[in-house]
Design a protein around this ligand. Structure first.
Ligand code: HEC
Ligand code: HEC
Length: 287
């Protein structure tokens, strides 16, 4: 008795699903949606993206354990202030300081972080800073800041920035300019497998901007040679025997090997170069 009805329902739902998918595809292919950064998202699209972003951050950020006491350490906040000035103010601006000109052309425009601590917990702030936000222009900092600097900038944004005056900000960032020096970046979680770490390191250093790399989603660029099947290659850039050590050397400083190569030095740390080489040499046994 109920069976024909159920089948009919399934049929109707499938037809509706297919029609919906076709409609969506037709909309995408028609080019009707304006991707220019001079037009804001449609309000419903904007709201949807905002909710999706905040739910996503809440799901993940809460789990990040942030030592509460450390956040109130004024010295750590000062390191955070100098990191903020070095890396964040260009996009987000600061008390009395405008964002850089290019940042004003971003869509969505990066908001002032002065009141972000009201809607984001320290764990969520640190998660966003570490991982960035896809398709928004917010970079991931885990390969650019150390673990301590990530915590410091979180301490600054959550505890100090919300009640900082213009002269206070000027004084704080003026005296602490040197504290956010380059260091071994936090990098990815060491508990992840070799594959995941290598893939992340390749993406986080922009290798996919020029190379097609199997298993790594990127723009499919042909500026550099495809790295497909690299484990089986005899030579690196036609110059070096393809050993793990040589590959790490090439990745860290290609111009030391060939001064005229178009491949730039991307400031890859020793650890990240090792993880990338392991990824590219997968399938050839012990690297
Ligand atoms: C290239 C530009 C750029 C830089 C540099 C940048 N951000 Fe962002 N950031 C964005 C954009 C774009 C967004 C998403 C729009 C928004 O919510 O502001 C964002 C969002 C955020 C958010 C979420 C804010 C909220 O209330 O939802 C936090 C937190 C944040 N950034 C922290 C930082 C920190 C800390 C730094 C420096 C280490 C930094 N950002 C550097 C562009 C940038
Ligand atoms: C701006 C573009 C660009 C970026 C970014 C780039 N490369 Fe390259 N890469 C090249 C070019 C061009 C070559 C060819 C160099 C030559 O033969 O002189 C090359 C060569 C290579 C080779 C040797 C390929 C072969 O066929 O022998 C490897 C391996 C490599 N790159 C890895 C990387 C890794 C890993 C990264 C990220 C850290 C990276 N590249 C980032 C442009 C780039």
């Amino acid at each position: 008795m109920g069976r024909p009805l159920l089948l009919l329902l399934i049929l109707v739902l499938s037809v509706l699903g297919v029609l919906g998918a076709l409609g969506g595809w037709a909309f995408v292919m028609s080019g009707a949606y304006d991707v220019s950064a001079t037009k804001p998202h449609w309000r419903p699209v904007y709201e949807l993206l905002e909710v999706a972003m905040h739910r996503s951050v809440q799901q993940r950020g809460d789990a990040t354990a942030v030592p509460e006491a450390a956040l109130r350490d004024p010295q750590l906040q000062e390191i955070g202030a100098s990191c903020f000035r070095a890396h964040c103010v260009a996009c987000h601006g600061g008390p009395g300081v405008p964002p850089a000109s290019f940042a004003l052309g971003l869509q969505p425009v990066p908001r002032s972080l002065t009141d972000s601590a009201r809607s984001l917990s320290p764990g969520e702030l640190m998660w966003v800073t570490r991982h960035g936000i896809k398709m928004s222009g917010m970079p991931a900092w885990e390969y650019r800041l150390s673990e301590e600097q990530l915590l410091a900038v979180t301490a600054f944004v959550s505890e100090r920035l919300p009640r900082l005056s213009v002269p206070g900000y000027r004084e704080l960032t003026g005296q602490a300019v040197t504290a956010c020096g380059p260091v071994e970046p936090a990098g990815s979680d060491k508990a992840q497998g070799v594959r995941a770490r290598g893939e992340l390191a390749l993406r986080q250093h922009g290798c996919t901007a020029c190379h097609a790399i199997p298993g790594v989603t990127g723009p499919d660029s042909g500026v550099g040679p495809s790295l497909d099947g690299f484990a089986r290659r005899q030579l690196i850039a036609g110059r070096l025997t393809n050993t793990a050590v040589n590959l790490e050397r090439w990745i860290r400083d290609p111009q030391a090997i060939d001064p005229n190569t178009a491949m730039p030095n991307l400031g890859v740390s020793e650890r990240s170069a090792r993880e990338m080489a392991q990824y590219l040499h997968q399938g050839r046994g012990q690297p």
